[in-house]
Design a protein around this ligand. Structure first.
Ligand code: CFM
Length: 538
């Protein structure tokens, strides 16, 4: 493992801040933390991006339409707005889906848009939206239509919710709308929250037909990028766990309607979906636990948590049996690969949970994550949920509706008694908690929220990591500096990386990436040619 003292994160930080105008330096200072691990330091997160720093972030519409509802196949996700918003959200996130038969609804391959024009902006777009809904219904006969607002919709004041109500009555199918205008929050994170509220209000609980199964669960915050959900479904099936719904990888609205029958909610990506878990607990009495299926060891640990929760010997035995079987191949592969990846350095800058979860896989490869950060996560994703009561509510977060949820008079059913919960907690099972990323990172590592392009360049210049993980916007800039970039949003068309089979895929891909000799031949501009640097002096 690297000697972190020698890596001198303090020098990196002061060099970076020195370059900024003082006001910006002051602001960035709070978002760059040298980790302590034993004491968790506060980090500034979920605040407005500084214009011009070249953020990695996306918009609120992206978080609502693309991220949370995007992977659900039996709904027409109709974008109310200019065509670009729809075109650039058209399957670019690479989530996959598998309808059971060819006859089952799957609208994911389409892009639906009202294609707003200047005249709609001036005279209003509600009629065009109604027409689009009627047209979509006539052609596809969907059972559900979701309407997604883009920036101009909020600016001109189209009432998408009234249109949804009217069209729902006219067509007799479920139609609901999201006020998820791109500017609604400081990032896609606001869109997650808006999507959670909408699904909770308009979908969850609609179907009361009982669901068969001994161990009934929902998986929240798994989006089937690169087929991750398929691998997890395979594992659950082997064990005999009934997965009612996944929010929202390989999912259907139909399955969300029955989600309230589950006895346990598991949260994978805490950032994007914790609201739904909280609301389902309040309304229906379903407890939630944090899980992570990225990493073979992490997968085993999460499976054991499920078994501990149900506290059933048969399930515990089955879980152990499956882990033992699956680990045979994992161990065989990692033993060969690890000597080649051991001690190498990784950096991870991804949206809101992968920058944490993927550190598990790098650990298994013997690699060291020296720097990591989220694009848009909140302080709780860094520091743990205990800081939630202390997070300042600002104008931007106040903008997002907080639903008031009460126990359902007929359907609220505590899944465990208070005593049972206490006994499980005494055995180490944690409920409604997430400790965040910082607690798991080493002392002296660099945690950076909403990293700027300049900071990214500086990381590469000073540390030359063996692999940099981010997305397509960063990929080619980083690679031109001689450092391979692994996309952790789209997986560069690889994957799955979740579960046991996924871990092995990841080991192999990273082995190839960090040991490819081509990178030694690429020189960054500052290595290849002399650079003249100048500074203003006031
Ligand atoms: Fe959750 Fe995601 Fe992520 Fe995310 Fe995303 Fe994504 Fe992501 Mo891209 S829901 S926070 S908004 S794990 S699309 S599947 S990869 S930034 S780290």
């Amino acid at each position: 493992m690297e000697n972190i003292i020698e890596m001198d994160p303090l020098r990196w930080k002061s060099e970076v801040l020195k370059k900024y105008p003082s006001k910006i330096a002051k602001k960035r200072d709070k978002s760059i933390v040298i980790n302590e691990s034993d004491i968790i330091k506060p980090i500034q997160a979920n605040v407005r991006t500084i214009p011009g720093i070249i953020t990695q972030r996306g918009c609120t519409y992206a978080g609502c339409k693309g991220v949370v509802l995007g992977p659900t196949r039996d709904i027409i996700n109709l974008v109310h707005g200019p065509i670009g918003c729809s075109f650039y959200a058209w399957l670019t996130r690479r989530n996959q889906t598998k309808p059971p038969t060819e006859k089952d609804a799957n609208f994911m391959t389409y892009a639906f848009s009202t294609d707003m024009q200047d005249s709609n902006i001036v005279f209003g777009g509600e009629n065009k939206l109604k027409q689009a809904i009627r047209e979509a219904y006539e052609i596809f006969k969907p059972k559900n239509i979701g309407i997604f607002s883009t920036c101009p919709v909020g600016l001109i004041g189209d009432d998408v919710h009234a249109v949804a109500r009217e069209m729902k009555a006219e067509l007799g199918i479920n139609i609901f709308a999201f006020s998820c205008e791109g500017y609604k929050g400081v990032s896609q994170s606001a869109g997650h929250h808006i999507a959670n509220n909408g699904i909770f209000k308009h979908v969850v609980g609609l179907n009361n037909t009982p669901v068969e199964g001994k161990y009934k669960v929902n998986l929240l915050g798994e989006y089937n990028i690169g087929g991750d959900a398929f691998e997890l479904e395979r594992i659950f099936e082997k064990i005999g766990i009934t997965l009612i719904s996944t929010f929202s990888g390989n999912s259907t609205i139909e399955s969300f309607e029955q989600a309230h029958h589950a006895d346990l909610n598991m949260i994978m990506c805490h950032r994007s979906i914790n609201y739904l878990a909280d609301m389902m607990e309040k309304k229906y009495g379903i407890p939630w636990i944090k899980v992570n299926f990225i990493g073979a060891e992490a997968t085993a640990k999460s499976l054991r948590k499920i078994a501990a929760y149900f506290d059933d010997q048969e399930l515990k035995d089955k879980v152990e049996e499956v882990i033992a079987k699956e680990m045979v191949n994992v161990k065989k592969e990692i033993e060969v690969i690890r000597p080649r990846t051991e001690g190498k350095i990784a950096m991870l800058f991804v949206g809101g949970s992968r920058a944490h979860h993927y550190q598990e896989l790098f650990k298994e490869l013997g690699m060291f994550t020296f720097s990591a950060g989220y694009e848009f996560a909140h302080r709780d994703d860094y520091e743990g949920r205990r800081v939630i009561p202390t997070i300042q509510v600002d104008a931007d977060s106040r903008n997002i509706e907080e639903l008031h949820v009460e126990p359902d008079p007929e359907r609220y059913r505590p899944r465990k008694t208070k005593e049972e919960i206490k006994a499980l907690e005494a055995k180490g099972l944690e409920f409604s908690n997430y400790d965040g990323m910082m607690a798991e990172m080493q002392k002296g590592t660099l945690v950076i929220d909403d990293i700027s392009h300049y900071e990214m360049e500086k990381l590469i210049e000073m540390y030359h990591p063996d692999v940099f993980c981010a997305g397509i916007k960063e990929k080619y800039c980083v690679q031109k500096m001689g450092v391979p970039l692994k996309q952790l949003h789209s997986y560069d068309y690889g994957g799955p990386y979740a579960g046991f089979a996924g871990a092995v895929n990841f080991y192999k891909d990273i082995d190839m990436i960090v040991n490819m000799s081509i990178w030694k031949m690429v020189k960054a501009p500052w290595e290849a040619e002399p650079v003249i640097e100048a500074e203003y002096a006031f």
